[in-house]
Design a protein around this ligand. Structure first.
Ligand code: ADP
Ligand code: ZN
Length: 730
């Protein structure tokens, strides 16, 4: 790598700030000069703002008017490769550079000098007396032997107040120590022996490791049926990367998954890695951000935004469950972490492993064309076999109204419970009932600010909007006609299903796994581990349970409504339903007992339902691919969604209409423009949303055309324009 350029004092440099101006600003290099990539503080109007020295200044202004950089912050400069990545990511997503910089600097106190903090670990002393609270603290310290915690962390993990910990410190039972706030993470040891891999696993791991030893960029689709040991395999790739002295990043779609994953990392490498996601404290984030840059973190386990951490030498990015829709960031900069992972890796000569049992059609197609390598694991590990899959034809099931568990499914559940095994009922609907209807006038209670119905949550005793999160108490009288006592729940949510379960299986231990029933990510994680341990016999769950949890005793999965995702005209609906159903079914029979998955459906002859039940996944993807090709949509064409939003519906439609009329830059690349039409959710938080869809050939330079086109319009301050490359629904 070449040395970064240095700017002597007084030379012009261009600085990228996080302020909402989409351009670089010229400054004079400060006393002592600065490197390209330096984190700096610069004057902007009356204020001092944060920025990064991007390169030489553009010049062209009166030099006497140009101000000097105020100071260089005590942070390692941003590497050139990172600056290039941010530039390309901004180009790809058609978003401002300043927003990209904000993504890359999401750590508190970046410029602050290193400070000290107290950390706590097991001491030598013995307590004068034992209390249950003290016992909890000691249990945590014993369980995580080598680790030390901050006061807050330790108290939270033990579920006690900080004074309990302080009491133990006084007696020397817990030792207190001053350390720099940003200390390196414990060393991971790739030479510790992992599990004995099967022949197929060893072969797959060998293929990935060989690519890592090459030290170049490359991407591999690791396609393995649920329970085939994908995680074991990519952990070997991580080991190879660590051996090469490079850093690794594992992206997971769900924080709740990380508990199990951290345990597996600890078992494989002898220590837990750094974590980066919304559940991590600010102090820990700052530590992670800094240590990643200094090489004090070998492995990061994180959410999609971890892609923007300043890795010193990133050699491997694993995107686990790569098809998962939560990898798409739907707020601010709209990006798909899977695509950004590939871009980032291509900038720093890293390998990407995209792991999934049901890959996205995008990745499947890239493997077909040879752009990605493909490694397959076709059998489950050990004696576990793939679950049997069947449909229950709901048209012939005799089911009273407000009942959702068919007699056939009920019988199956009974059988499993009698055998001492676990069963799971899957319903992808949070809350009690999706609709609250007035039986007097037919009114359905809707959110005041969104184009969405309010969902009753009995557990919270409120109605909730799943778009904006607003809640309100359940009214006595209908808000439309005023009649009292006529509001009734319609349709099932998981809470309502739990009532039915309680009636059918009164003496069974039931657990409901739905994100909104937990106060914190930690509570959810712990509950999942308890359930996996056998802490419940019947699990009721939403999408949350579909994502990769291991429940060894689970042998039956019943999908309450397999048709749910197939309504509507979205071209991705088939793919999404296929992935979700397979994922859910994959929870069944992961240990030594065979599993069964049943799908309750009113249309069991539907091609997607048939594909889910069938064994020929390649045939499903080929059929999907043919449809997308015929429609000219991703992955065989380019699409972009342009959403105009604002409080005034007329103004929103006016701008969108004008945009639809003046499309010269788009026509030049042969793109088609559809709309304007109400966006899939036509109103959120009082903002009306109208969408245009742009479709172009795969090879068309759609980003450049979009920038030119969108640049023609003056967007009034009350309106917002959002460009979504490769939208989730079309
Ligand atoms: P996947 O990620 O493909 O769903 P996992 O890696 O989670 O599969 O493996 C499924 C289960 O099988 C896990 O409990 C894992 O520990 C176990 N397993 C997989 N491969 C091995 C192996 N070679 N030796 C021991 N246990 C294994
Ligand atoms: Zn709302």
């Amino acid at each position: 790598m070449q040395a970064p350029s240095f700017f002597e004092q007084g030379t012009l440099v261009s600085v990228l700030t996080t302020q909402p101006l989409d351009r670089l600003l010229d400054y004079k290099a400060p006393e002592g000069g600065c490197f390209a990539g330096a984190f700096v503080e610069v004057p902007l109007g009356p204020r001092l703002v944060f920025g990064v020295v991007w390169g030489p200044g553009a010049g062209g202004y009166d030099p006497s008017k140009i101000r000097a950089v105020n100071k260089v912050l005590d942070v390692a400069p941003m590497r050139e490769e990172m600056r290039l990545f941010l530039t390309k990511a901004a180009d790809y997503t058609v978003s401002p550079m300043t927003s990209m910089l904000r993504l890359a600097t999401r750590a508190p106190g970046l410029g602050d000098p290193p400070s000290m903090q107290k950390i706590y670990r097991l001491g030598e002393g013995a307590p004068d007396r034992m209390t249950p609270a003290r016992q909890k603290v000691l249990a945590v310290l014993e369980e995580f032997g080598g680790l030390s915690f901050t006061l807050g962390e330790l108290a939270e993990m033990a579920g006690v107040s900080t004074s309990v910990v302080k009491g133990l410190v006084k007696q020397g039972v817990v030792a207190e120590q001053d350390t720099p706030r940003d200390r390196p993470y414990p060393q991971l040891d790739p030479e510790m022996s992992g599990k004995d891999l099967t022949e197929a696993q060893a072969k797959a791991a060998g293929q990935l490791s060989a690519k890592i030893r090459n030290g170049d960029f490359g991407a591999t689709l690791l396609r393995g049926v649920t329970g085939s040991g994908k995680t074991e395999v990519y952990l070997e790739a991580v080991a190879e990367c660590l051996r090469a002295g490079r850093q690794a990043l594992v992206l997971l779609p769900e924080i709740a998954l990380s508990a199990e994953f951290l345990n597996r990392v600890q078992a494989r490498f002898g220590a837990v890695p750094a974590e980066w996601h919304s559940g991590v404290t600010m102090t820990e984030r700052r530590r992670c951000w800094r240590m990643v840059g200094q090489g004090g973190a070998q492995l990061v386990v994180g959410a999609r935004s971890a892609l923007f951490l300043p890795f010193r030498d990133l050699g491997l990015i694993v995107v686990d469950e790569e098809h998962d829709s939560s990898y798409k960031q739907e707020d601010g900069v709209l990006y798909n972490a899977r695509d950004m992972a590939v871009l980032r890796a291509s900038m720093c000569g890293a390998q990407v492993v995209l792991a999934s049992a049901t890959p996205s059609l995008e990745s499947w197609a890239n493997a077909e064309t040879g752009k990605y390598d493909r490694v397959d694991l076709t059998a489950r590990y050990g004696p576990a076999v793939m679950p049997d899959m069947r449909a229950i034809d709901m048209r012939v099931q005799d089911l009273p109204s407000n009942r959702w568990i068919s007699p056939a499914l009920e019988g199956l559940v009974r059988g499993r419970l009698a055998a001492g095994e676990q069963a799971m009922l899957f319903l992808n609907r949070r809350g009690y009932a999706p609709v609250t209807l007035c039986r007097a006038c037919g009114h359905q209670i809707a959110c005041d600010d969104c184009d969405a119905r309010m969902v009753e949550h009995r557990f919270l005793k409120r109605l909730m909007c799943h778009q904006c999160g607003a809640t309100k108490p359940m009214p006595q009288a209908c808000p439309s006609c005023g009649v009292e006592g006529k509001l009734a729940p319609v349709g099932p949510g998981v809470e309502r299903l739990a009532e039915e379960v309680a009636e059918l299986f009164p003496d069974t231990r039931v657990a409901v796994l739905s994100s909104d029933l937990y106060g914190s990510a930690r509570a959810l994680k712990e509950h999942i581990l308890t359930i996996a341990d056998g802490g419940a016999d019947l699990i009721i769950g939403t999408q949350l349970v579909a994502k990769g949890h291991n429940f060894p005793k689970l042998t039956l999965v019943g999908v309450i409504d397999a048709d749910l995702g197939l309504q509507g005209s979205d071209l991705r609906a088939a793919e999404r339903t296929f992935q979700l159903m397979r994922q859910v079914a994959g929870r069944a029979g992961r240990a030594d007992k065979p599993g069964l998955a049943v799908l309750q459906s009113f249309q069991p002859e539907h091609p997607v339902i048939r594909a889910i039940l069938g064994a020929d996944d390649e045939a499903f993807w080929r059929a999907e691919a043919a449809e997308r090709l015929a429609a000219g949509v991703p992955p065989y064409g380019r699409m972009a969604g342009i959403v105009v939003s604002g409080p005034d519906v007329q103004a929103v439609f006016d701008l969108a209409g004008e945009m639809a009329r003046r499309t010269a830059p788009l026509q030049k690349i042969g793109a088609q423009v559809f709309g304007p039409a109400p966006a899939p959710i036509a109103r959120i938080r009082g903002q009306h949303r109208v969408r245009l869809l742009i479709k172009a050939a795969k090879s068309a330079p759609i980003q450049t055309a979009l920038r030119q086109w969108a640049g023609q319009f003056r967007v009034p301050p009350s309106l917002r324009l959002q460009i979504d490359i490769d939208p989730q629904s079309f």
